[in-house]
Each structure stands twice: as structure tokens, then as C-alpha cells.
Design a protein around this ligand. Structure first.
Ligand SMILES: [Cu+2]
Length: 732
């Protein structure tokens, strides 16, 4: 994957989950998707100035494959859609594969000028617009001869096509000239027609969608990116109230046989300077037998396809494929089979409801105004020349465990109100804290108390170094922060600084060594800087409690020494927990009230909006994993199988604190927050700052999930389901 993504990946790194492919270890970048395109020139919507040219396409094995593609004519100043801001500025090269996605509105007159800038020996070219009735006629001149299927542009000539975008939907366009060669070489693209009047319910009222994008979870989570940008081209795919959607992604599937491309290149080079139409100024490329080596989604092979839209290293392959959704969202899949072969597109995590084929909405025969009749499909084949639109969602329904939290109901979810700390200090490993107010009478030795906002501890770094993505730092002073807790590095050599999750801690007698994972490589060792750890903060067990008339003083033991006295923070007492059994987990107390379909839809701002309530609070597994108390349906992999770092496992839970709920470090004798005694089978395979679900979306033909026979590659991408606590930024 490309290093440039990794800085952005900090909150967004995603994982393969065990149900996907336990043996497939892939590093996932933070490149999201959308269905970007152009809506016309800046002066006229629906008018497009295209070229057909040759260039080279990048492949992840390093190959640059000679290809032909449509692009935007120089100086045509296209208008890019959607209007949302992209991380990489939108571009429309003079040659790209697929060609520019043309986005128009139902009823609009569409005018496309195509200039043939292919090498002269290629001869004529053209575009077919299947599903639309051309209103333009062919001059049938030397410049624009009538071809077998449509009007063509001779070399260096321009042809104009006009039609009315009569109905909404996703459509293909591709060369109508010598299709076995020209389409293979890359001359294809997509036209998206948006409904003229999207149904009102998609933008208003009770079925209004894209709620996530409009809600500001940043306020509650502290994670930036909210409200999310809206990357939709419309609010509905069709003029039908059942076609609303939250996110849309366009996938164009095609394959390449490089033997054909090499022949074309050799012949084009041999005939440079030939006269158009003259004897011998043509190609004779053998397009059979057909043995494709590259299998492409949107012109890219995996893993390139998951890099950002418009990423600068793919100047001729601007569109990516990397869908992300929140649970419950309606994902509009726009798919076109652009190659010669049919590809079995399989969307893991749920079936796909087919909305339409070739832009034809599939309506209920008995109640067409309110009901659709598309089938629910496990595998959505991409048929050459055919498009389909489908709706996909993932709610976690039927997992048989609760993806949001797994504490049994009624335990560990009764907390006191926070009490203000007026004094906190440490002697050796004993902390003494005083709070304003008399704590509840149940607060006693062995109760859990959670300290937040108290002073942190800053240690001096005496050594810091990096091995690939693992940083090892040694500091003066002793602490025993738990894996997963945060440490902030400042003042160290450039590259080391930032806030990270501790991966391991080795306390010595006067120093502490700890490790964390970062996304940079090649950092030099250093000896400067500070490391700030949680300090007094965390969840502890009270060892003594002394109530006063207006204050309460209590003590607890921690592993850190050298903390300065302070007067800030709050203390919250866990009133319901059995000491030593359950860590505090705020998500464990989320309520789930089923609607008529069993989903939690009453509160649209709840983090577990659209959770399927039948599984609410069902644990994953009884033992020896995690902190669950009774039997569960799933067994998670042993962490020892994840030998390549923390991004290769999966989480059975959604959300940034899923590690607290699913993967526990060993409990020590003094602090028991986020720990388990059930070692060694606790799984710490994911980074602590995100837990999501990742599912393969891929060709079910195993040959096609390779790049030149090397796996993984080819027609493979990942669907990422993110908790609502994570902002989805499709601009990346
Ligand atoms: Cu599959």
C-alpha cells in the first residue's frame, strides 16, 4: 500500500475479520470511495468533450500496460461531481480507464463530442450508448463515416452524439468500433442518470436517509470528521420511494490480456506516421485465444483499487473501489460488466437486493408504485455490457452475538455521578484521593472507582528507536500502563511524536520500556523527548474508604510512581459490579428497543441505531476469551496466529473501545480495568483505536483475485463497516 495513506489512516485503519479470510493478511489503507464523475463542462451541464487516446495503466506488480481510453479533451473544463471536497483534487485526464463517469439528470439532452486522438494506425473509433436513442444523425462523411454500429470518428476527427437521458439508472458506454479490440484496450465508461425529481421521502420525513452524515458525533466522541460530507449524487437512485440510499459506489469490472496490448503497441509503433486510410495503415491484433492476466475493478487491481480516488500515482486510473458504511445504512451498488467475461461479484456480509438492470427498475407487478420486486442475491454476476443497481446494508442481524457490547444486562452498568477530586497524591504505589461529597454507602474497599481528568504523568525519554512500524521507547521512571492505553510522545525526533496506543510495557527498577505501533518507517534512533501516560487516570479498586461529613477520602494502589500531587479530575464509583470481574464499559449499558422488524430505530442518534435487538448483550464466547460470563457462539483466533502486527485480526465488536470489550490484557494485582484473567487466549490482534468489520467484495472465480497469478490482487476489494463513532470520509 502507499505510504501516503498511512498518516490519514490513524483513526481509520481497518481490519480483516476472522469470518473473511483468516489466512489472508492484508494491510488496509484509509482510502474510501464514492461514485465520482463529471456532469458536463463548466458552461453547459450535459455537454461533454471527450477524447480517445493511448497511454499506460499502472498495475500493482509494477507493469505499465499499454492501453486506450476515453478522457476529457484538453481545455474542456469539466464540472466534477459530487460537490463534496476530495482529498486529492479531482482530475480528468485526456486518457483514463474507465473513461469519465458522465453524470446527467433524467430528461436532459446529452451531447458528447468525441475526438479520435488514437494513433492513426488504430483507425476509426466511436461510442455506443446502449439504452438510449440517439437523436443525432451521422454525416456519413470522410471524417464521420457510418460504421457497423454507429457513427465513427476517423483519426484526428470529431464526432458528435446527442440523446435524451430518458430514464434514471446506471449505464455503460463503450466503443462501437472493433469492440473485441477497442473495449479490451480500455475504451469504456459509465453514464449515471439521476432521477429528475427524487421522491420526497428520501430527503424528508420518516424514511429520510443518510442520518449518520448529518449527525455530529464529534461532539460526543472527540473524533473529528463529523458531520460527515454527503457524497451522494442524489438522494434516490430512481423515481421510486423505495430507492433511497445513503452512499453510492460504482464498480466497473473488466479484465486485460496483455498479449493483446503488447501486439497493439508493437504494431502502433511500427506504423507511426502512416496515412489514415492508406493501405497497411491499420492493425491486425489477434484477440483470440483470450488469456487475461489482470482483473480490474474501475481500471485498477487490488490493492491499488483501495487507494484514494484521483490519487496522483494513478493518473490514468482515477476511480477507486473501497466502500464504507455504518451499520444500517443503505448502500447503492452501481455495477457494470465492461469486459469480455462474466465475473461472479460476491458481496460478503449480506445479500444484495437488485433494484434494476440496465436502468430498468424492477417493479412489483401488483403494486408498482410502492413496491419493488428485485431478487435478493448472494452473488451478483457482472454480465458483459450489462449494468445493475443493488441495495446493500449490514446491521449485524443474525450474528448471534451483540456487535456493540457483550456484557450481560444488569451488570456493571450502574455508576455513581462523577465526584470532583479536590486532592490527589501518591506515596510509593498508594494513591490517596479526596473528593467533594459523601460517596454512596456501597462505596467500600474492593469497589471500582474510575478516575478521569486527574494529572497525567510525564516521563523523560532516554532512548527511542524504530524497527519497521514498531517503536521502542525507554523512559526514566516506572510505570505500568496497560496495553491499549494512550501515550503521547512530544519533543522526540520528528516522526515519533503523536499519541499512540501502548502495545507492551516492561517496567524496570528505575526505567520503563514500552512499545507502540506507528505508520512511518525509516526513523532514526534518538534520545530526546517526553512520554505522557495516563497518570492517576484509569479504573482502580479502592483499598480503603474514609467518609467525612462533606468529603470522602479513599486510597488505591497503582503501578506508577513519581506522580505529582494535583487537585483536578473526577471520580466515578461503579455501584453494580462484582469487583474483579467486569471492567467498565459504557456501551454495555446501551438500550435496545426493537421496532416491528426487531431493530433499534427509536433513537436515530444512538450509537447502536439499527442494532438487531434479539442479539443485544449476547456474548461472543464463554471462555477462555474476554470478559464474558456465559456461552457464546463464536470462537476468536489465537493472537499468536497474527504474526505480522496488530492490523491483521478482526474484531467481533464495533467501535473504538471494542478492544476493551473483546481483547483484554492480563490483570495484575492492582488495577483491573480492561483486563482478563483468562489468558493466554485473549486476542490483541487489532489496533486499539479502531474496531470495524471488513468483508471481501470480490470475484468468486479464484483466478480473478490475482494479479498476474499472484494473490491477493485483481478483482478484490473490502467493504468496511464502521461504528458510528468513526467518521467515514469518502474523499480519501
Ligand atoms: Cu465470496
Amino acid at each position: 500500500m502507499r505510504p501516503m495513506n498511512m498518516k490519514n489512516a490513524k483513526h481509520k485503519i481497518q481490519l480483516l475479520v476472522a469470518p473473511v479470510m483468516a489466512a489472508t493478511l492484508l494491510l488496509m489503507p484509509a482510502a474510501f470511495a464514492a461514485a465520482p464523475g463529471i456532469s458536463g463542462t463548466s458552461s453547459t451541464a450535459g455537454t461533454f468533450h471527450l477524447t480517445a487516446q493511448d497511454s499506460y495503466l499502472n498495475q500493482p506488480d509494477g507493469e505499465a500496460v499499454y492501453s486506450w481510453g476515453y478522457g476529457c479533451a484538453s481545455g474542456s473544463s469539466p464540472t466534477f461531481v459530487p460537490a463534496a471536497a476530495f482529498a486529492f483534487p479531482p482530475t480528468c485526464n485526456t486518457m483514463q480507464v474507465p473513461g469519465p463517469t458522465m453524470v446527467v439528470t433524467e430528461g436532459a439532452t446529452v451531447t458528447i463530442q468525441l475526438t479520435n486522438n488514437l494513433p492513426t494506425a488504430v483507425g476509426n473509433t466511436s461510442i455506443l450508448f446502449p439504452g438510449f436513442q440517439l437523436t443525432s444523425t451521422c454525416p456519413n462523411s470522410t471524417a464521420n463515416p457510418q460504421g457497423l454500429l454507429t457513427c465513427e470518428a476517423a483519426p484526428n476527427q470529431t464526432v458528435t452524439y446527442t440523446f435524451v437521458a430518458s430514464a434514471p439508472g446506471t449505464h455503460a458506454y463503450y466503443s462501437g468500433t472493433q469492440g473485441d479490440l477497442q473495449i479490451e484496450m480500455g475504451l469504456y465508461g459509465a453514464i449515471i442518470v439521476l432521477p429528475a425529481t427524487p421522491p420526497a421521502n428520501c430527503a424528508n420525513g420518516t424514511t429520510k436517509t443518510n442520518l449518520y452524515g448529518q449527525l455530529d458525533y464529534g461532539t460526543s466522541t472527540g473524533i473529528s470528521g463529523f458531520p460527515e460530507q454527503d457524497f451522494r449524487l442524489s438522494t434516490a437512485a430512481y423515481d421510486h420511494p423505495k430507492s433511497c440510499y445513503d452512499r453510492e459506489y460504482l464498480f466497473q469490472w473488466a479484465e486485460m490480456d496483455t498479449r493483446i496490448h503488447r501486439q497493439a503497441l508493437a504494431q502502433v509503433q511500427a506504423k507511426v506516421g502512416c496515412t489514415a486510410g492508406a493501405n497497411g495503415c491499420s492493425l491486425d491484433v489477434q484477440t483470440e485465444p483470450y488469456h487475461p492476466a489482470y482483473f480490474l475493478i474501475n481500471g485498477r487491481s487490488m490493492p491499488d483499487v483501495m487507494d484514494p480516488n484521483y490519487a496522483s500515482e494513478y493518473p490514468h486510473q482515477p476511480y477507486n473501489g473501497n466502500p464504507h458504511i455504518h451499520p444500517g445504512e443503505q448502500l447503492l451498488i452501481r455495477t457494470i460488466g465492461q469486459g469480455r467475461w462474466q465475473h461472479p461479484f460476491h458481496e460478503h456480509a449480506n445479500h444484495v437486493r437488485i433494484l434494476a438492470r440496465d436502468g430498468n427498475l424492477i417493479l412489483s407487478p401488483t403494486n408498482p408504485s410502492t413496491n419493488l420486486a428485485g431478487t435478493l442475491m448472494f452473488n451478483t454476476d457482472t454480465t458483459p455490457g450489462e449494468s445493475f443497481d443493488g441495495i446493500f446494508y449490514f446491521s449485524g442481524r443474525g450474528l448471534n452475538w451483540d456487535p456493540y457490547g457483550h456484557h450481560p444486562p444488569g451488570t456493571n452498568n450502574t455508576l455513581s455521578a462523577p465526584f470532583t477530586i479536590t486532592s490527589i497524591r501518591e506515596t510509593g504505589n498508594t494513591v490517596t484521593a479526596t473528593v467533594s461529597g459523601v460517596l454512596p454507602s456501597v462505596f467500600a474497599p474492593n469497589s471500582e472507582v474510575t478516575i478521569v481528568g486527574a494529572p497525567k504523568a510525564t516521563f523523560t525519554i532516554t532512548a527511542i528507536s524504530e524497527s519497521v512500524n514498531t517503536v521502542t521507547a525507554t523512559v526514566s521512571g516506572v510505570f505500568s500502563s496497560l496495553p491499549g492505553s494512550s501515550v503521547t510522545i512530544a519533543g522526540a525526533p520528528t516522526g515519533y511524536n503523536g499519541t499512540f496506543a501502548v502495545a507492551s510495557v516492561t517496567p524496570g527498577t528505575t526505567t520503563t520500556t514500552f512499545t507502540y505501533f506507528d505508520t512511518t518507517t525509516g526513523l532514526s534512533p534518538g534520545t530526546a523527548g517526553t512520554a505522557t501516560t495516563a497518570g492517576y487516570n484509569g479504573t482502580f479498586v479502592a483499598t480503603s474508604v474514609t467518609p467525612g461529613t462533606t468529603t470522602t477520602t479513599f486510597t488505591y494502589t497503582d503501578a506508577t510512581t513519581g506522580l505529582a500531587a494535583g487537585t483536578s479530575g473526577t471520580a466515578t464509583v461503579n455501584l453494580g459490579a462484582t469487583p474483579g470481574v467486569f471492567p467498565t464499559d459504557s456501551l454495555a449499558s446501551l438500550s435496545c428497543t426493537p421496532d416491528a422488524n426487531g431493530y433499534n430505530t427509536g433513537n436515530t442518534s444512538a450509537l447502536n441505531y439499527y442494532e438487531w435487538c434479539q442479539d443485544h448483550n449476547k456474548p461472543v464466547q464463554v471462555a477462555p476469551f474476554g470478559d464474558v460470563a456465559s456461552g457464546g457462539p463464536a470462537t476468536l483466533p489465537d493472537p499468536n496466529v497474527f504474526t505480522n502486527g496488530p492490523w491483521y485480526g478482526g474484531s467481533p465488536y464495533l467501535g473504538p473501545d471494542a478492544s476493551l470489550r473483546g481483547t483484554m490484557p492480563t490483570c495484575d494485582t492492582t488495577s483491573k480495568a480492561t483486563c482478563t484473567t483468562l489468558l493466554p487466549s485473549n486476542t490483541q490482534a487489532n489496533p486499539s483505536n479502531e474496531r470495524g468489520w471488513a468483508f471481501m467484495w470480490h470475484s468468486h472465480n479464484e483466478r480473478e483475485i490475482t494479479t498476474n497469478n499472484v494473490f491477493p490482487g485483481g478483482m478484490l476489494m473490502m467493504l468496511l463497516v464502521d461504528s458510528r463513532e468513526f467518521a467515514i470520509d469518502e474523499s480519501l
